[in-house]
Design a protein around this ligand. Structure first.
Ligand code: GRG
Length: 308
């Protein structure tokens, strides 16, 4: 926004939702206690019990967007300036329970997908700690993910909004489709452009859809106009696409090894992420190796030497 000069700007707009995010893990834990077997509750709550429960970027987006959208409906005019300049304490207002629930649902779906993803990939660590299947075993990790999805569906139905149920359920379908695209990869006979289209589509399904459709649902719940619902969807989609690109670049550069993800995990797995593809194009030998999908360990080591 165009702010007048010398205006004191809030340093951290995320401060607005910090309290809600702290309450989020507790509320999700409370929702998971009813399972027959304590181990199921324990496994499903694994990340919600832990001090490092991830960045919570998805619920944060839902909450911040819900707060901003609340000012757009009814008589209230959305005051862009005040979001940045009004003292944070004066801005605090409780979010409607439905929107807070929606934020929880988005994090429950995300967590379920992480449980399943780590089993599929055989990843031993997540968020710098042992992944859930390393602690509870594969069977329980899969069932705990299923349980989270089932609880998320019940919470979703209780919002009593059929458009939101359809929108949020679409995310689960997209996550599955994105994961299958990742596992199968694009056809090696495809050209560079087809590979990039495939890569971007896969990124939409596995990452951006969750953000796009959660933001859309926040707008539907806020009673926004179709234009604003569409704008909210696009906002989530673009953030999600950028988020995955950055995630892939960080993996490629290996600069997040301290954050629990081993460096070059994607390259080692033979995954054609954008940075891998861009670099491969500069090195015909590497591109050839990518085509063969790193059939043996020697190829991976050689590829790494070529890149750095
Ligand atoms: C069970 C819903 C369900 C799906 C099954 C396994 C699978 C299909 C999909 C996996 C999708 C997946 C794990 C995509 C990666 C998305 C991603 C960028 C994860 C990392 O997100 P961050 O950085 O992680 O926000 P934190 O730890 O901060 O939450």
């Amino acid at each position: 926004p165009h702010l007048p000069p010398n205006v004191q700007v809030n340093a951290d707009p995320f401060e607005l939702s910090r309290v809600e995010v702290e309450m989020l893990s507790k509320s999700i834990r409370d929702d998971l206690v009813g399972s027959e077997h304590p181990v199921l509750t324990k496994a499903a709550s694994y990340f919600f019990d832990s001090a490092d429960g991830g960045k919570k970027i998805r619920p944060m987006m839902v909450m911040l967007l819900s707060r901003a959208l609340a000012d757009t409906v009814g008589d209230a005019q959305y005051d862009q300036e005040s979001l940045f300049t009004k003292p944070l304490k004066e801005q605090r207002q409780d979010l409607p329970a439905a929107q807070r629930r929606l934020a929880e649902i988005s994090e429950m779906i995300h967590t379920a997908s992480l449980f399943h993803d780590d089993v599929i990939d055989g990843s031993d660590t997540r968020r710098g700690m042992a992944s859930v299947h390393m602690v509870f075993g594969n069977k329980m990790a899969i069932l705990a993910g299923d349980y989270l999805l089932a609880r998320a569906s019940i919470c979703l139905a209780r919002l009593r909004n059929v458009e939101v149920v359809e929108t949020m359920s679409t995310i689960i379908e997209h996550l599955v489709r994105g994961e299958v695209m990742q596992i199968r990869g694009s056809s090696s006979s495809d050209g560079a452009e087809e590979n990039m289209v495939y890569y971007l589509k896969k990124n939409f399904f596995k990452t951006a859809s969750l953000m796009a459709n959660s933001c859309k649902s926040a707008a539907v719940l806020a009673g926004c106009s179709p234009e604003l619902v569409n704008a909210s969807y696009k906002y989530g989609k673009h953030v999600g696409m950028a988020f995955q690109l950055v995630d892939d670049v960080l993996d490629f550069e290996g600069s997040i090894s301290s954050m629990g993800k081993p460096a070059l995990a994607d390259l080692n797995a033979g995954l054609a992420t954008a940075p891998v593809m861009f670099t491969a194009r500069q090195f015909p030998e590497l591109e050839e190796m990518m085509d063969r999908k790193f059939r043996d360990e020697g190829d991976v080591e050689r590829a790494q030497q070529l890149v750095f």
